[in-house]
Structure formats: C-alpha cells, structure tokens
Design a protein around this ligand. Structure first.
Ligand SMILES: Cc1cc2nc3c(=O)[nH]c(=O)nc-3n(C[C@H](O)[C@H](O)[C@H](O)COP(=O)(O)OP(=O)(O)OC[C@H]3O[C@@H](n4cnc5c(N)ncnc54)[C@H](O)[C@@H]3O)c2cc1C
Length: 349
C-alpha cells in the first residue's frame, strides 16, 4: 500500500488529531481517521510488537464496526471460536455454544498489524513516546488505557503450548473460576494458547513473574490446571502482569477526551473490552472529522463524544458491575451452572 503523508497539500486544511496511546482504541481510531484523510499523530509509550495482558478473545464486535474502522481485513486469517466451558476449582460446570463466533488473535500480532496499517495510511507514529496528560489541549485524544489507581486486582498472562490434557472436555474458551478470580484459556495463532487471569491481588501468594500464574490458580482451587500449566511449554517473553487499576468508569479529567479503557474498563469476564475499544473509536470518528473540518469547536466535539459514549455503554457497564461480584460469592457455582447464557450476554453487549 502506498504511504500517504498526513501533512500533504489539501489535507493541511484540516486540523490534525493527536492520539496518545497506541492500543486498540488509538490504533483503530488513527486508521479510521486516516481512511477519511484526517491528519493524525499517534504517540505510543512502548514499541511494537509487544505482549499485553489480555484474554485475546474478541466477542460481540460486529462486522460493520470493523468495516467502518477500515480494519476488517486484519482478521481474515484468525481463529473463530464458538464454544465455551466453565470450571469452578477443578470441576466442569457447563459447556455452551456462543451465539456468534468470537475472534481469537494475540495482541502481539494484532497491535503490530494495526500499527503497520496505520503507518501505511500516513499516521505519523512515534513509538517509545510517553506523553503527559495535558487537559484542555484541543485536538488531543487520550487513549492510553487504564488510569493508574489503587486497585484490588492483578492481571496475569502468558502464551503456552501443551496444556490441553488437564481436562477431557474440549472447548475453544475455558474459564476457570474460584473465590480469588478467574482465568481464561483460548487458542490463538501458531498452536499457542493464551492463558490470562484476573485475580484479587494477594501479597501473601508466593512467587514471582511466571510462577505467579500457577500460584494464584492453586490459591483459587484450580490445582489440576496449575500443575498442567507448570508442565507446559511457555513462549519466551510472553509473560505479562498488570496491577494498580480499577474496573468500571475511570476517573474523568476535566478537559481531557478519554476513549477506550481510559474512559471505562468492563470486567474481563465479558470478553468485551476490545470490542468497546473498537466501538469507542467508531463513535468518536465522525465527531473528530467535524472538528478537523472546523465544523465544531473542541468543547462541542468532546461533549458530543462523551454523551454518545455514555449512551452506548451505560447498560453493559452497569450490568457487568452488578454481575462481576456475584462470580466470587459462595453461590457462584450454582449461578454459573444454571444461568441462561443468552440473556446475560444481551446485558453485557
Ligand atoms: C486480565 C484481563 C483480561 C482481558 N481479557 C479480554 C478479553 O478476552 N477480551 C476483550 O475484549 N478484552 C479483554 N480485556 C480488556 C482489553 O484488554 C482492553 O479493554 C483493551 O486493551 C483496551 O484497549 P485500549 O486501547 O483502550 O487500551 P490499551 O490496550 O491498554 O492501550 C493503551 C496504550 O497506551 C499506551 N500508553 C499508556 N500510557 C501512555 C502515555 N502516557 N503516552 C503514550 N502512550 C501511552 C500503552 O503502552 C498502550 O499501548 C482484558 C483485560 C484484562 C485486564
């Protein structure tokens, strides 16, 4: 694909949008804006490719959203998953089909594909470029992910091979739960499975880095899986951990337009955070084009985007905030076994 320079000729009549944070929100927004010839500068604190704490299970995103963002072609060779099995401690509780296939792709591959596409379309990308929050600056979108906060959760992830034999039951997504949290396993590309968990942070749990995954699973009662994970092949450098964040709406900063996880974090069991990242970018795109064309002020643009985000996500954020604590109650086993899946999915999508 020919490279387009964002500062070329007629495009300079349009204002530039500066995006801080090149995760799924920032990258998909940058691509959508460049496809409509808006000049875009993107700052990313890290460099690509890199592993991220994420279940890598994209559920509930429509083909139309991916098409609107101009990124649908990036998923054509991905695995599509249709079954899910829930375990509590070492016991299989249920197996379900998903109402629509979910997409599985590692963030290592997906974010790298998207950054290459963004650059090819003319996004001025600055890697290893950590920016400071500068509220009130016009034309700046903050999509830098979770806002640091005192939080009670730890997210752990790694890519593993050879963990299939811990259970006779085969499903595309396995969710292993217990009183401390839950961990999902899903095949991604090249024979690797992504193993990713969210647990209540517990400093009494022994271990460092990779050994934290089996250690948290043991404390959670998922002992069979913990042993299988210890015996599995680990992809070098794929381990990642994250702590110090809160689920739900993130603390707003006056004068700062926040999208994706910077706006709100939906609990990971929904498998919907990446979908919300794409939908945030889709929602924001027409308003940012209007600003770039000087048809609206920055204040008007932020206000329209914030109210559209709130309308679009309110129901699922409220529902997931209420459902999430139930997963850790003594009666959670009964709920996981008997709750009809379709109505719950309808609430959190
Ligand atoms: C344990 C766990 C499991 C999950 N599992 C799933 C799942 O299976 N399915 C799903 O859909 N979602 C899942 N999610 C949620 C999903 O990962 C996020 O919702 C999604 O990554 C949000 O994308 P984002 O672009 O908003 O933020 P991020 O992906 O976090 O991207 C933010 C980017 O900003 C950069 N950055 C940060 N600070 C700065 C700065 N100051 N300057 C410049 N750049 C900066 C970061 O390096 C990063 O690249 C999970 C989350 C967790 C914690």
């Amino acid at each position: 694909m020919a490279r387009i320079n964002p500062r070329d000729s007629f495009q300079s009549l349009r204002k530039t949008i500066t995006i801080i944070g090149g995760g799924l929100t920032g990258l998909s927004l940058a691509i959508a804006l460049r496809r409509r010839e808006v000049p875009v500068i993107l700052h990313e604190a890290a460099s690509y490719p890199r592993h991220r704490v994420c279940g890598e299970f994209i559920s509930g995103v429509s083909a139309e959203t991916l098409e609107n963002l101009g990124i649908s072609g990036q998923f054509s060779d991905c695995l599509h998953h249709t079954s899910i099995a829930w375990y509590s401690k070492n016991e299989l509780l249920r197996r379900n089909s998903l109402p629509a296939p979910a997409i599985a792709i590692s963030r290592y591959l997906l974010d790298d594909r998207l950054q290459k596409l963004a650059v090819a379309l003319g996004v001025e990308l600055h890697q290893k470029s950590r920016q400071r929050i500068d509220p009130g600056k016009s034309g700046v979108v903050w999509s830098a992910g979770r806002k640091p906060a005192r939080g009670e959760w730890i997210g752990l992830k790694a890519h593993l091979r050879g963990i299939e034999n811990h259970s006779a039951e085969k499903a595309h997504l396995e969710m292993h739960s217990g009183p401390q949290g839950y961990l999902g396993i899903t095949p991604v590309e090249n024979g690797w499975s992504n193993v990713c968990g969210l647990f209540r942070l517990d400093k009494t749990i022994p271990g460092k880095r990779e050994s934290l995954i089996p250690a948290y699973l043991r404390r959670n009662g998922n002992t069979v899986l913990a042993s299988a994970i210890e015996d599995a092949e680990w992809k070098p450098a794929s381990f990642n951990a994250v702590a110090g964040f809160q689920l739900g709406l993130q603390a707003p900063l006056a004068g700062l337009l926040s999208l994706g996880d910077s706006h709100a974090i939906i609990p990971p069991f929904t498998g919907n955070g990446m979908t919300m990242a794409f939908q945030s970018a889709e929602i924001a795109t027409p308003h940012l084009i209007s600003y770039a064309d000087s048809n609206s002020t920055w204040e008007e643009t932020c206000s329209s985007i914030n109210s559209a985000l709130s309308d679009h996500f309110r129901k699922r954020l409220t529902a997931s905030r209420m459902i999430h604590p139930l997963l850790f109650q003594p009666f959670s086993k009964w709920l996981l076994r008997h709750t009809p899946i379709q109505p719950v999915l309808a609430l959190i999508r």
